[in-house]
Design a protein around this ligand. Structure first.
Ligand code: CP3
Length: 341
């Protein structure tokens, strides 16, 4: 499918562009009334994720409604543990819950991995294909997965957590088992992302949402090698790595075979640019900035764009919060679209 708006892809590939492309992490779902209306009619989050034509509808809503320069497929990072044999529930107002967690080598041995596991996710590939057809080349479609460390964190912890101390304990106490599990997740993720590209994803983003709770040595040992394997394995489309909170690892990320590095809102653009010389940066407005006065939103968006000064994909520093005023999201998007270098 030929893209009519390929600004995101050209920017990710390092080409010179007139303005930064703009989209928002977690734009599909949460903030749009259309999403909440559809979601209210269904049994739950998983029904939406697992029904391709509905997932496609939710994926396209922000393109219609906000005019962003990219769509991101509506899904979740937790479909991977499920495909490997560890099912999750999405508890209303609480978040993910794994009835079974990984505690031992025997638990890891039971998991399926690689192409076998990835073959269980046909509903995701179907959702991508439907979305590509319906988007008709209007904007690129982003496919994504969780990074192996972040996925391990949920598989061991069993739910969200402020500290993920059970998961971190697993790394310190059972390093050999941790590596076994990380490799199984990596093999599955690579097979999965290759199928996503085959189904029409124009760019792949890997979310390492819990990178920032690792020590620099733990990140180098348990996160980086697996991120590298994934980035190297994906061909034909640009790759974004978003290791949230991992400012301490930018020297390492500079050497990962990806095109774009996601920057969270704690990191000054100048700092990111200093270490990430060969990468395009994505981010990094504080999601909470969108609760401010529209004039402040506009000023902050412009300040961000100027500070990055090119080689930049405009976005937030993490996902948009569900109760963000939609008008301010529009101010953010329109400010970027009105900018020119
Ligand atoms: O970016 C997008 O809009 C695409 C869709 C998307 C979802 N989850 C839909 C979702 C993406 C890219 C994700 C990734 C994801 N999921 C991450 C990595 C990104 C990040 O934010 O750090 C993580 C850690 C998860 C795990 C997860 N899924 C949690 C912790 C929760 C509960 C809290 C929350 O975010 O609402 C989810 C649920 C989830 N995933 C929702 C949506 C729209 C809300 C569920 C609902 O509608 O009831």
């Amino acid at each position: 499918m030929k893209l009519k708006n390929d600004l995101l892809i050209r920017t990710a590939l390092g080409e010179k562009v007139d303005r930064p492309p703009v989209w928002l992490m977690r734009q599909a779902g949460r903030i749009l009334p259309q999403y909440r209306a559809l979601r209210g009619k269904l049994s739950g989050f998983k029904e939406l994720v697992e029904t391709p034509h509905l997932a496609a509808e939710v994926t396209i809503q922000p393109v219609d409604e906000l005019g962003v320069d990219a769509a991101i497929i509506f899904s979740d990072i937790l479909v991977i543990p499920e495909a490997m044999g560890l099912t999750y529930e999405m508890v209303e107002k609480k978040g993910p819950l794994f009835p079974e967690t990984i505690k031992s080598g025997a638990d890891i041995d039971k998991l399926i991995s690689g192409a076998d596991a990835a073959s269980h996710l046909k509903y995701v590939y179907d959702a991508l294909e439907t979305t590509v057809k319906e988007l008709d080349g209007r904007v690129p479609l982003i496919g994504f997965a969780g990074a192996p460390w972040t996925i391990l964190a949920y598989m061991v912890e069993g739910s969200g957590s402020k500290t993920f101390s059970k998961a971190k304990k697993f790394l310190y106490a059972e390093p050999a088992l941790a590596h076994q599990l990380l490799q199984k997740i990596t093999d599955t993720t690579i097979a999965y992302l290759k199928l996503k590209v085959k189904s029409g994803a124009n760019l792949i983003q890997v979310f390492d949402s819990w990178a920032g709770i690792l020590s620099p040595i733990q990140f180098r040992t348990f996160a980086l090698p697996y991120l590298k394997q994934i980035a190297t394995a994906i061909d034909n489309v640009p790759v974004t790595v978003f290791a949230k909170g991992a400012w301490f690892a930018y020297q390492d990320l500079e050497h990962v075979d990806c095109n774009v590095v996601g920057i969270d809102w704690n990191t000054p653009p100048m700092y990111a640019k200093t270490w990430l010389k060969t990468k395009v940066c994505q981010g990094n407005l504080d999601p909470c900035q969108l609760y401010g006065h529209p004039d402040e939103v506009r000023a902050a968006a412009l300040k961000m764009v100027k500070e990055f000064g090119g080689k930049h994909i405009a976005n937030l520093g993490h996902g948009v919060y569900p109760d963000t005023p939609l008008d301010n999201v529009r101010v953010f998007v329109d400010t970027i679209k009105g900018y020119s270098y």
